[in-house]
Each structure stands twice: as structure tokens, then as C-alpha cells.
Design a binder for this molecule. Structure first.
Ligand SMILES: [Zn+2]
Length: 557
């Protein structure tokens, strides 16, 4: 398929011998309800995944002495149902006899960011992890798909686990039966463990030029070592190389799209058990799909996530744009494991950060939002969706030109003016809210919105790493990666804001509000001639009583 730097070659004989070594040379720490202190292990959370067969969450802890597997069988995910209070006892009784449901209880939770007080909800604990969706669908159909509102149905199990225990992926933790984070979640300076990284590649006899699933496997390489021989030899050789070199991160090129399904097919045909992870098999496997986004159809291959080590495709967006350092930064911020995060967009990371913050505030997240845009008059549309203002250039040769660059323009505007779904047209500031220039809307001056709360630390991080990457330190490359991924996180955050914040607020006019938000933002780059109140917009930025003072948004270079 491609030529490698073949530094050394090994024959299949050794590969065969090593295949029969005993697998999983690791310490396995069973998690149990904590009574007193157990043996303490300290390390970084490399990966986590649910085990649907054992109803447990498995975490992989990287330590200098090796990778530890921690399995927690005490974790029980749940979801919430909002029903008219008179119907609650009847629904609770009916759910009690369902096979998929282990327990139900009435709890108090806030169902939206704008909601001041918690309200009674029915918490449903499924019998098995795999029953969660089924149970939710049954409840939804019992409410004829519109009478009941369901919450916290589609949160990832590992994300729930991290939230419940106050830990996060790639974070330093201590474990002795209970988890304890040993560093701040949003620490600017943090250590990334020295993970061992190798590239896995294969050589294929591809007479058609493009390798196909039926083409013959000739050889494989991991790092600078290779194996060849018959297909069976090569597969045994890959197993042996993985076990021998024991990488923490396996990089591939097109791993999800071709290499992994190809190897899996070859392994099945040859009767060889392929062991690429520290536990056998893959997790989180899902079928390939195509979807429509931003005017084009995108194909998303199925994913092949390894257990206990990371399979990363060098073509994945975060890895390609910002290297491993950027991916680690994103994973820590979003609480999505590096393998998952690598296959998702920075926009999903932003959504996840909003969900995490809402969860910490005691707010549950609505499932299946379906909030149509509210009616708007033609005048509203014209005024609200003006788009950007472009200055006509004066044609000619000019000297002494100054370039003005806005640092994180939209995010800074949203932080400064407290723009968020629940702060726009809030009921608490009808008389003294901050007016949106040129429009009849207002912003809250009493409460800080979810989006500014998520954005503010990101804007500050970006500023810090941008400064640090210019200093000649051994970590320059790391700072560059973090700075780059934060740039993408802030760029894509705006379009994704509409998704989750809508879910979190559950306000009927969320989509409409977001559109207004865009209009508000685009009116604010205070140029000298943009007109329509943009100057007053900047001038009035500090009026919000409870909103922290803004930080400088514009840098001139
Ligand atoms: Zn208000």
C-alpha cells in the first residue's frame, strides 16, 4: 500500500511463538463500594468504556509502572421523566413491573437553565446498561410521544461516570476504591504522561491500485518493526508485535475506514483472534452512516475503538490539526475519552462542555428536542439577520496599513454581553435588561448565562496558550497544539451552541433566539461605519450587574 522506513524485519516464526504468551500482564483492581482505604493507585485516565455484558464501567489508568484496569460494577445510570404530578404515582407503578426497569424514585431536579426551582421528576434506573434506551422508548410511547418529557437519556455512559466521580479523561487521579482528581479540571499547565506511540500499517497486494477488502495481505508494521509471510503469519505477527511493544497509542491512516475492518475480515477468514487492545475486541462499534451537513453529504465510517489503548487515525480532525497535545486538551475539556473525541468534532466537545456544566448545576438535559422556530415577521427577519458588514476597499496603492485582528470575536462578544438562550428575552429583566442594538430584544443583567460561562475559560485559555507558544520552551509544540484546537473549538462553538443550549433550556423559542443571537453578534464588530448601534453595543458592555467585567477582546498587530 505504501512504503515504510523498514528498519528491521522479523519473520513469522517469532511472531508465532509470541502469540502464545499469556495475555493481559496487568494488575486488575476490582472496584467495590468503598469501606476504608484500599491500595492506592495514581495515574492518568487513558480510556474508559462501558461493558454491556457485565454492566460495568472499565477505566484504564496509565501509571509509570504499567497500565491498570479498573472495573466498577457499582455504577447505575438513570434517566428522568417529567409527567403531570397527578399521573406520577400511576406511571411509577406501571414502570415498576417492566423487565427493563430495576427501580424508580421521585427526585427533585431543575429541568431548564431558566428554571429557578427544582421540580419533582421520576428517576428511572434500568436493570441493565443496554436497557436504558429501550426503557426510555417505552416511557416515551406510554406518553404518546408528547405528554412526557424525558431527560438525560442520551448522555454517554462514560461521561456520566466522569461527572458522577468528579474525574475526567487524561486527568491525573488517585484510586483506592474511590476516585479522587489530583488536578484542577481546567488547569492551564498540566502534565501529559509519556505515552508510547506506534504507527500500525499494512502492505497489501492491490492489483487495482486501490486496496480492496479481498486483496491479499502481504505484511504489517508497527513502529519500525515488520512482519510478513502468509496472511495468517502476518496476523499472528501483528498480535505479537502489539504484545511485545505494548504501545499506549496506535496510530493508523484510515484505520476506521479500511485498515481495521480489513484486518478484522482477514482475521475471521484465517481463524486468528486479533488482539490489538489490552482487552480483546473493540468497543463502541457502530455502523457506518452518511449524513447531510452544511450542503454536502458526509460519509462516517464505523469506529474501531480499542480497549485499554488508543486507536487514533492520523487523519482525524483534532489529531491532524493540533496533534496529540490538541486532542488531549479537547478530551480533558469535554470529558469525552480521546478515542471518542478524536472521532467527533470540536463542536461536539463544546456541546459536551455545556452538558457537563448544566449537570453540575443540577439541570437535567432534555431528550429529543423538537422545538420549531417561532413565527417572525418579515421586518423581524430583515432587522435580525443582517449578516456581516463588508467595507468597500479603496482601489490603489496604500502605505502605513494597520491590520486589526479580533481575538475570538464571536466568543468574546457572547461573553461580554452575556448572550445565551436563557439570557435572551429573560422574564426577570423586562424593564432593565441590556438592549440588543437595533432590535427589540433584551439580554439578562441578573444571571450569567450558560454559554458565557462555558466560553469564558476557553477564551482565557486561548489567550494564555497563544502567548506561551511564542516563548521558546520545550513545550512550545504542546502549546501550539492546544492553541490550535482551542481556536477550532471557539470557531465551531457558535453553530453548535444552538443544539445543546436548546436542549438544556427547553425553551420554546430557543431556535428563534439563537438566530437573534447571531444577529446580535454580527452587529457588534464595532467598525467606524457599521452603524445601527454597534458603538453603543460595545459601550454598554459592562452594564450587567452580576456579570463579571469583560476582558479585552481586540488585539492589534
Ligand atoms: Zn434577566
Amino acid at each position: 500500500m505504501r512504503s515504510w522506513p523498514w528498519k528491521s524485519r522479523r519473520r513469522c516464526g517469532r511472531a508465532r511463538r509470541e502469540h502464545f504468551r499469556s495475555p493481559l500482564p496487568r494488575t486488575i483492581i476490582p472496584a467495590k463500594p468503598h469501606r476504608g482505604r484500599g491500595r492506592r493507585t495514581q495515574g492518568w485516565i487513558l480510556d474508559a468504556h462501558p461493558d454491556y455484558e457485565r454492566d460495568s464501567v472499565v477505566l484504564w489508568l496509565w501509571t509509570p509502572s504499567g497500565v491498570h484496569r479498573v472495573e466498577d460494577r457499582t455504577f447505575r445510570p438513570s434517566f428522568f421523566v417529567k409527567v403531570p404530578p397527578p399521573e406520577l404515582p400511576d406511571l411509577q407503578r406501571r414502570l415498576g413491573i417492566l423487565d427493563q426497569v430495576a427501580a424508580t424514585r421521585v427526585v427533585m431536579r431543575r429541568t431548564g437553565l431558566a428554571a429557578e426551582e427544582p421540580e419533582p421528576l421520576l428517576e428511572v434506573v434500568p436493570r441493565h446498561f443496554a436497557d436504558l434506551r429501550d426503557a426510555a422508548r417505552i416511557v416515551d410511547s406510554a406518553g404518546k410521544y408528547y405528554e412526557y418529557e424525558l431527560y438525560d437519556v442520551d448522555l454517554r455512559l462514560t461521561q456520566r461516570y466522569f461527572l458522577q466521580h468528579g474525574i475526567f479523561p487524561m486527568g491525573l487521579v488517585a484510586y483506592d476504591g474511590t476516585w479522587r482528581a489530583l488536578e484542577e479540571h481546567f488547569a492551564l499547565e498540566y502534565e501529559v504522561p509519556p505515552l508510547k506511540r506506534d504507527v500500525l500499517d499494512v502492505r497489501i497486494d492491490a492489483p487495482a491500485g486501490i486496496p480492496r477488502m479481498d486483496d491479499r495481505l502481504l505484511a504489517a508494521s508497527l513502529g519500525d518493526e515488520t512482519v510478513d509471510g502468509s496472511e495468517e503469519d502476518v496476523l499472528h505477527g501483528i498480535n505479537a508485535l502489539i504484545e511485545d511493544r505494548d504501545p499506549d497509542v496506535v496510530f493508523t491512516d484510515g484505520g476506521d475506514a479500511f485498515l481495521m475492518p480489513y484486518l478484522q475480515k482477514k482475521a475471521e477468514a484465517s481463524g486468528v483472534e486479533l488482539r490489538l487492545g489490552r482487552d480483546p475486541g473493540f468497543h463502541g462499534t457502530r455502523s457506518a452512516k452518511s449524513y447531510f451537513t452544511y450542503g454536502k453529504i458526509v460519509y462516517k465510517p464505523s469506529q474501531y475503538l480499542l480497549k485499554g489503548r488508543l486507536h487514533l487515525d492520523r487523519g482525524h480532525f483534532a489529531v491532524r490539526e493540533s496533534g496529540f497535545a490538541g486532542l488531549v486538551e479537547l478530551s480533558r475539556l469535554s470529558s469525552l475519552t480521546p478515542q471518542e473525541q478524536a472521532r467527533l468534532t470540536p463542536g461536539t466537545a463544546f456541546t459536551s462542555m455545556q452538558t457537563n456544566l448544566a449537570h453540575r448545576d443540577g439541570v437535567v438535559v432534555l431528550w429529543k428536542k423538537n422545538l420549531p422556530e417561532a413565527f417572525k415577521t418579515a421586518e423581524d427577519l430583515v432587522l435580525g439577520d443582517r449578516g456581516g458588514f463588508i467595507f468597500e476597499p479603496e482601489v490603489g496603492l496604500h502605505e502605513g496599513i494597520v491590520e486589526v485582528d479580533y481575538a475570538s470575536l464571536y466568543p468574546n462578544i457572547m461573553v461580554k454581553h452575556n448572550i445565551s438562550q436563557e439570557t435572551l428575552e429573560c422574564p426577570c429583566c423586562l424593564l432593565n435588561g441590556q438592549r440588543v442594538p437595533g432590535l427589540k430584544y433584551h439580554l439578562c443583567t441578573r444571571r450569567l448565562g450558560l454559554i458565557p460561562r462555558v466560553l469564558r475559560p476557553l477564551v482565557e485559555r486561548k489567550r494564555y496558550y497563544k502567548r506561551m507558544k511564542k516563548e521558546r520552551t520545550p513545550l512550545q509544540e504542546v502549546y501550539e497544539g492546544r492553541d490550535t484546537i482551542l481556536k477550532w473549538l471557539l470557531v465551531t462553538s457558535f453553530s453548535d451552541i444552538r443544539g445543546t443550549a436548546t436542549r438544556a433550556t427547553a425553551a420554546s423559542s430557543a431556535t428563534r433566539r439563537s438566530t437573534r443571537t447571531r444577529a446580535t453578534s454580527s452587529s457588534t464588530p464595532c467598525g467606524s461605519r457599521s452603524g445601527r448601534g454597534s458603538r453603543s453595543c460595545m459601550a454598554s458592555s459592562t452594564r450587567c450587574g452580576s456579570v463579571p467585567p469583560p476582558s479585552p477582546a481586540i488585539c492589534v498587530r
